[in-house]
Structure formats: structure tokens, C-alpha cells
Design a protein around this ligand. Structure first.
Ligand SMILES: Nc1ncnc2c1ncn2[C@@H]1O[C@H](COP(=O)(O)OP(=O)(O)O)[C@@H](O)[C@H]1O
Ligand SMILES: [Mg+2]
Length: 404
């Protein structure tokens, strides 16, 4: 190892190893071993159904991270990735674009040169280079078929991924999955992975033109158990120059309640609180709790509560009177409504992943710190800032201009 590598490694071991941001893959994945094992087997196997996967879960539960992990596994196994975005104006056009770009790279015949005139005495024959995929002539089915055939030959396959599925246009999704089904029907190796939040995805699946997705293998991501969370936090720190005491790791696991986003948040805050010290102690973890709850409210609960109707919000607030699970009878009484109407709200709130059944006739909040988010709404008003930041501070511009 040369000096520079040594320095790089030292820097790496000194920087905060946690990834408390959406779409950022953590160093240690908590609670995904089964899903990864199944997907690895599905890539190798010959059961096409196992390669159509629908990941769902609340914001911050780890959907994008799992989708990315699956994509990386597929790439390592020699598959070709065709990613499409729900934000693009046409999914099928985007698919064509990425497929053609891949073909240009992979198809040995993409560029065929043809001898147009050869003169015996001349120094060079003139050649005409033709780009096979230049024009618009080739139908998408042909393009995909050719690409799939090439990747099949190499023992790979085609992977099509679609994140933020809840915001996709239904007809466009239909057109896209039609192509996927055609490819599978022609015997090609194809995997299709989509991810999205449950309320939107469920609504999409109710539609008749989404049969393909309804049959997909469903993975619901969410909290892992608290012990696994503590272990993930400990292992993340073990790769650095710091360490964490066993009690501190346990407390961090508890504060995270096993929620993937919170595992990263509490880990990151504890690391910061610890400053230059070598060991993260229980006080460092404890000091991070408030900021973690505030971030959860702001980045997960507020977006989910934003569009909630007054009645559903009232339902959630009625649950706040209980320490543990709430009886649905009590909720109806507190809301002053018929128990039958209560069950309509109950069903919708379960679909929206805000509450879950907790034994017969009982419900409870399904996400960590949702009660805190609702109490905060009570105190500060709906949509209020969680933690208006204080103080004034010179920015880097001011610092720069005072430099000699
Ligand atoms: N399996 C996991 N173990 C630990 N942390 C995770 C895991 N999956 C995701 N995270 C972390 O959770 C946060 C949210 O992940 P992301 O995949 O963006 O969620 P989603 O797409 O469901 O909103 C990120 O900070 C990420 O690093
Ligand atoms: Mg995501």
C-alpha cells in the first residue's frame, strides 16, 4: 500500500460511516438476507415468475436501497440493466433509448462496414460505415429481442427497474409491462423490479390493466427487530477507528425501533455527538434522540400526513389518549361516530400504513414516533416546522472574503 492509499484509508475510517439520506445504500444492510438470497436464486434459476418483483413500504423503509442492491447483484451476474424513471414523459421511449444505447455497446454487428469500391491500384478502399440502430425503423420489440438474445448468450439477462411506482401513469405502465411479458413469452431471461409506497401501489393494482404486477412476487419492507438494528449499528462502526459500547449499541437499536432510516439517523447523530473520542458511549446516543425524532417527523410523517382528510386525522388523534394499542370501540366513541363508520377509516388508515391491527378490536400506530408527530401537530399546528433552527452564522462566503 502506498502512502496515498494509507492516507485515503485513514480518512475513510475517520468519516461518519452512516447514510441517513433517501436512496443512499448503507454499509451494512439490516434484515435483508432472505430477500437477497431469494433474488440471487431467482437470477440463476429458471422460474420467470420469481423475477417479477414488487417492493412496497413506507417512506424510509428501504425500498430504493433494496432495489439498488438487486440491480447490483444482477449486474455482478452479468445482466444488463435497463432503468426507466416514472418522471420521464414516456416510459416506452425511455426504454427504447436505453436499450439502443446498450445494443450499440454489446452488439458486434451494430456497426457494419461495407466495402463500396475497391480499386486495385488505390491506396485505400472507400468504406461506408452504417450504424445499425441509427434510424427509428426498428420496432422496440425487435430491439429488445435482439438485446435479450445477446445477453442470454452470455448467461445473463435483461433487468428492468422502476422506482417510485406510485406516481407512474397507468397506461404507460401497461405498455411497459406488455414488453416485459412479450420478452418472457419468447423465452428470454428478464427480471422486472418495481418499488413504491403502498397507498399508491395498491390503487394501481386495483386496476385491471395491471395484472402482471398483481402477480409479481411481493416484498414488503419495513422495520427489522431491534437486536438486528443494534448489530447493524455496531458493525457499521466496527469498520472505522471508533467503537461503540454494547449498551450504547443496544440503546441506539431501541431508539431506531428497527426502522431503516432511523438506524442510519441515530447512528449518524451518535457519531457526531461523540466528537473526537474513540468510543461512542450511551450518553452520545441518548443526546441524539431528540434530533432523530425531529428528522423522522419532518421527512417521513409530515409528507404522509399532509394530504390526510380531517376525519382520518381525527381518528389518529383519538388514538393518542391511549398508552398502548387503542380499542376501536373507544375510538368511535371519542370521535362520536357509529362503530361501522369507524371501520371505514380504520381500513383506509391501514392501507396508508399509518396504523395496523393489534389483536381483535385494537389498532396501533405502525411507524415509529407517529404519536410524537401528531402531538407536535397539536402543539404547533398542522405542517409546522419541527425545529425552527436558531442563531446566525457567517457562511463560507464571509469566511473566504476575510482570508488574507
Ligand atoms: N436494510 C437496511 N439497513 C440499514 N439501513 C437501511 C436499509 N435500507 C435502507 N436503509 C437506510 O434507510 C434510509 C432510507 O432508505 P431508502 O431505500 O431511500 O428508503 P425508501 O426508498 O423506502 O424511502 C437511508 O438512509 C438508507 O441508508
Ligand atoms: Mg425510495
Amino acid at each position: 500500500m502506498d502512502q496515498r492509499d494509507q492516507r485515503d484509508q485513514r480518512d475513510q475510517r475517520s468519516t461518519n460511516p452512516f447514510t441517513p439520506g433517501f436512496g443512499l445504500t448503507p454499509i451494512i444492510l439490516a434484515g435483508r438476507a432472505g430477500a437477497i438470497e431469494d433474488f440471487t436464486a431467482a437470477l440463476k434459476g429458471n422460474v420467470p415468475e420469481a423475477r417479477a418483483i414488487l417492493i412496497s413500504g413506507a417512506r424510509g423503509s428501504g425500498k430504493t436501497v433494496l432495489l439498488t442492491e438487486f440491480k447490483e447483484l444482477a449486474l455482478e451476474a452479468g445482466w444488463t440493466d435497463l432503468r426507466v424513471h416514472t418522471s420521464s414523459s414516456s416510459l416506452v421511449d425511455e426504454l427504447r433509448g436505453t436499450a439502443i444505447a446498450q445494443l450499440r455497446e454489446q452488439d458486434p454487428d451494430a456497426e457494419s462496414s461495407r466495402l463500396t469500391s475497391a480499386r486495385v491500384s488505390g491506396t485505400g478502399a472507400s468504406r461506408e460505415v452504417r450504424q445499425r440502430y441509427e434510424g427509428e425503423q426498428e420496432p422496440l420489440t425487435t430491439v429488445l429481442d435482439r438485446l435479450a438474445a445477446l445477453t442470454d448468450q452470455d448467461g445473463g439477462g435483461l433487468l428492468i427497474t422502476l422506482d417510485e411506482l406510485q406516481s407512474v401513469d397507468r397506461d404507460q405502465l401497461h405498455a411497459l409491462t406488455q414488453h416485459v411479458q412479450d420478452l418472457i413469452g419468447s423465452g428470454h431471461a428478464v427480471a422486472f423490479i418495481a418499488a413504491g409506497v403502498r397507498p399508491g401501489v395498491d390503487a394501481l393494482l386495483d386496476h385491471e390493466r395491471t395484472t402482471f404486477l398483481r402477480r409479481a412476487h411481493r416484498i414488503e419492507v419495513g422495520s427489522v427487530d431491534v437486536g438486528t438494528a443494534a448489530e447493524a449499528i455496531r458493525m457499521t462502526i466496527a469498520d472505522t477507528r471508533k467503537s461503540i459500547t454494547p449498551e450504547a449499541a443496544v440503546l441506539a437499536g431501541e431508539i431506531s425501533q428497527g426502522y431503516p432510516y432511523l438506524i442510519q439517523l441515530i447512528g449518524s447523530k451518535s457519531w457526531q455527538s461523540c466528537g473526537d473520542a474513540d468510543t461512542i458511549e450511551i450518553e452520545d446516543v441518548h443526546g441524539g434522540r431528540e434530533a432523530v425524532v425531529a428528522a423522522m417527523i419532518k421527512n417521513v410523517h409530515r409528507p404522509a400526513l399532509r394530504g390526510l382528510s380531517a376525519r382520518k386525522r381525527e381518528y389518529l388523534h383519538a388514538m393518542l389518549l391511549d398508552e398502548g394499542p387503542s380499542s376501536v370501540g373507544d375510538i368511535a366513541e371519542r370521535m362520536n361516530i357509529d362503530p361501522r363508520n369507524q371501520s371505514t377509516y380504520r381500513e383506509r388508515l391501514i392501507e396508508e400504513e399509518l396504523i395496523r391491527p393489534a389483536g381483535r378490536g385494537f389498532v396501533e400506530f405502525s411507524l415509529p414516533y407517529l404519536a410524537e408527530a401528531l402531538r407536535h401537530e397539536d402543539r404547533a399546528g398542522v405542517g409546522a416546522d419541527v425545529e425552527p433552527d436558531r442563531g446566525v452564522q457567517r457562511s463560507h462566503r464571509a469566511r473566504r472574503s476575510t482570508r488574507p
